[in-house]
Design a protein around this ligand. Structure first.
Ligand code: FAD
Length: 501
């Protein structure tokens, strides 16, 4: 039996405890997990909206959904309601699910485009079960043995981000992970390889390891500090670099099963309903708006009594050129940051943890594993980056310097190619798996007024009456199914997810 790899995680935010949980769960006896965190420094503590992929992660850990939701005051999330992005007054939901049904292997939106050309005025949203449910503030799980329409959606959570890490801490410690309170003040490295050998804490304690995981957040203590990994700056494409966060009391009335993203003069603001309060924040570019003006703007925009003063968070869009260098792997904010417009950060941490587990090294790190890990992380970050830029660039807004800038800026070639493909033919680049597949791009393109020049000619196949009949049936069936769903608060209670706060 070989000795376990001594893994030292720096940082006990969401990324740190997700990493500890996954290593403790999937590599027992293989990884000896130690986590250092400093209560004095604290965690970011925002990050309240998630993606459906988190469910698979929690399921694989064996964490009960209702229990997690109670512990974090979570609500269900069916998508994001974007307002004022393409033009002031526009509104669309980016849903967690497909539109319509599969018709002869051609994307459903092509049939919608054809019907529109033939005079139909029905919104694409009427063909999305999660959107119709979201707009009605209703929620139900897809039935295990339902037809495609009934099962073609997923859900995620909106939760109190300060409560997930403590929950995962309990989980990890119960599976052997050891936590050390303290501040890392020194990093020892081996002369020849440059690998990290030991961390020095403010108490004087020294902690040795074989593999170090940097989850120290924006500080990026090991990957940016000791290993000096280059930072790829994307702020010319994603100029938002601040957030003014502000929790408010819940308003009477239904709890929305979705996150709201409303465009503002120098960015956008989120509204995330939890069981016990509402999270709000204005993500803005300090090049276009001073911090105090952003605080005033969010104070003026929120509904409900505020629970604190606005708190400013500062960041930069971008990622490490290499997220794994030597024997240091960075996960979470230490590895990169993409603003929360599509709630992707926690997912990117999850993706990195799971990839690390697939490539988990023995005592000697194979450089090929490092290359493979970095390639996956780069691919996922770059894809999310393009998707985020699209939300800003695909607009007709010309009412502020910020919107004039993002509307007219040069975009990455990878996005320019996608846009051209869409505009010419309504096609989406095919991805095998991962984040933001065809329905997501369709939601943003069409939601932001980007109509393609033509649709797929194969969508001309059914006769006009046959197409009308099919579309009517789909929309009618969705409306019926949603009418039978309970409202969101009832669904939370029925699931045992209501915390009673
Ligand atoms: P942190 O939470 O900052 O944790 C860092 C840890 O490192 C802490 O425990 C700290 O004590 C420790 N540490 C640092 N230095 C030292 C040291 N010297 N010694 C010892 N310990 C140290 N994500 C989403 O998925 N959805 C969202 O809706 C979302 N919204 C966001 C909104 C904003 C404005 C921001 C800024 C982020 C948002 N995120 C969101 C991102 C999300 O908050 C983070 O991805 C998530 O919290 C993970 O953070 P982290 O664990 O990497 O860092």
């Amino acid at each position: 039996m070989i000795d376990p790899v001594r893994v030292v995680i720096v940082g006990g935010g969401t990324a740190g405890w997700m990493t500890a949980s996954a290593l403790a769960r999937f590599l027992p006896g293989v990884a000896d997990v130690r986590l250092i965190e400093s209560e004095e420094i604290g965690i970011v503590g925002v990050g309240e909206a998630t993606l459906p992929h988190l469910r698979a992660f929690l399921q694989r850990l064996g964490i009960d959904e209702a229990e997690m939701m109670r512990a974090t005051n979570a609500t269900f999330k069916l998508g994001i309601d974007f307002r004022d992005f393409g033009a002031i007054g526009d509104r669309y939901v980016h849903p967690f699910g497909a539109y319509g049904v599969d018709l002869a292997g051609v994307g459903f939106h092509h049939y919608w485009l054809r019907a529109r050309e033939e005079g139909s005025r029905r919104s694409l949203e009427d063909y999305s079960l999660p959107i119709v449910a979201a707009r009605a503030n209703r929620f139900a799980f897809p039935p295990a043995d339902g037809d495609f329409l009934a099962t073609s959606y997923g859900w995620a959570y909106q939760f109190d981000a300060t409560k997930l890490a403590p929950m995962l801490r309990g989980y990890s410690e119960a599976r052997g992970a050891v936590r050390t309170e303290g501040r890392v003040i020194g990093v020892e490295r081996a002369g020849e390889s440059g690998d990290v050998t030991e961390l020095v804490l403010d108490s004087g304690e020294r902690i040795a390891g074989d593999l170090f995981i940097d989850c120290s957040g924006f500080r990026a203590l090991l990957i940016g500090g000791a290993m000096d990994a280059a930072w790829e700056d994307w702020s010319h494409w994603l100029p938002c670099d601040r957030a003014a966060a502000l929790p408010t009391q819940s308003m009477p009335g239904p709890i929305e099963p979705y996150t709201r993203a409303t465009a503002m003069s120098a960015g956008w603001r989120w509204r995330i309903p939890l069981q016990h309060r509402v999270g709000n924040g204005y993500v803005f570019s300090s090049a276009f708006l001073p911090e105090d003006a952003a605080c005033d703007a969010i104070l003026g925009a929120v509904e409900g009594a505020r629970q604190a003063e606005p708190r400013i968070l500062r960041f930069r869009a971008g990622r490490r050129a290499q997220s794994w260098v030597g024997n240091v792997v960075s996960i979470g904010l230490a590895s990169g940051f993409l603003e929360p417009l599509e709630s992707t950060s926690i997912h990117l941490a999850q993706m990195a943890v799971m990839r690390l587990i697939e490539l988990f090294p023995e005592r000697r790190i194979d450089p090929a594993d490092r290359v493979a890990f970095n390639a996956t992380v780069d691919y996922e970050y770059d894809r999310v980056r393009d998707f985020l830029i699209l939300h800003y660039h695909a607009t007709t807004r010309d009412d502020s310097d910020f919107w004039n800038h993002v509307r007219t800026m040069a975009v990455p070639d990878s996005l320019a190619e996608k846009l051209e493909l869409w505009r010419e033919s309504g096609r989406i680049e095919k991805y095998g798996e991962g984040l933001f597949l065809e329905p997501s791009w369709v939601a943003v393109y069409l939601g932001q007024g980007q109509l393609p020049e033509r649709y797929d000619p194969r969508a001309d196949n059914p006769t006009a009456p046959a197409l009308t009949r099919t579309l009517d049936e789909i929309a009618g069936s969705i409306a019926q199914r949603v009418a039978a769903m309970p409202d969101h608060a009832t669904a939370l209670r029925a699931h045992g997810a209501w915390s009673g706060v």
